[in-house]
Design a protein around this ligand. Structure first.
Ligand SMILES: [Zn+2]
Ligand SMILES: [Zn+2]
Length: 154
């Protein structure tokens, strides 16, 4: 399988997020964890989403809700807008594009991560105040297909 990993790298899944999902490796940075969590959504590895949630806020996770959301949507691509790290705290701002009921939708979030027990965990997310622009019809598509937006996911 030489398809690119759903998280948006140019590596194959087996060399990218799969070792993380199989717990054979750990995310080295909050950004990498973010990408692997998006990828887990796209591939319905719900246990991974739960396990990478910080123990302190894990009780907020409703597994069935995540599972349903993950399955209802067709995940198109992940765009990392910004990532910052200082010590054991990091933030990653991202947009996840998806189709739901044949509509292009996006989830825009500023995620907070903490480093605890020698690994990164997702802690909580907030909605950023800045607005996301939808691509223009002739822009290249958000899914990195190389096609124009209007001819692809738009
Ligand atoms: Zn990946
Ligand atoms: Zn597309």
């Amino acid at each position: 399988m030489n398809k690119h990993c759903p998280c948006g790298t140019n590596k194959s899944y087996s060399l990218c997020c799969q070792p993380l999902h199989q717990r054979l490796a750990q995310a080295q940075t909050a950004k990498q964890l973010m990408m692997s969590r998006y990828c887990a959504f796209a591939q319905h590895h719900i246990d991974y989403i739960v396990d990478t949630h910080a123990p302190a806020t894990r009780h907020e996770v409703v597994k069935n809700d995540i599972s349903q959301w993950a399955k209802e949507c067709q995940w198109l691509s992940l765009l990392i807008i910004n990532d910052q790290c200082s010590g054991d705290h990091a933030t990653v701002e991202f947009v996840a594009w998806y189709h739901s009921n044949n509509q292009l939708q996006f989830h825009h979030e500023l995620s907070h991560f903490i480093y605890e027990d020698k690994q990164w965990f997702f802690h909580h997310g907030e909605t950023p105040t800045n607005q996301i622009q939808l691509p223009k019809r002739n822009d290249s598509c958000i899914c990195n297909s190389g096609k124009k937006f209007k001819k692809c996911c738009g």
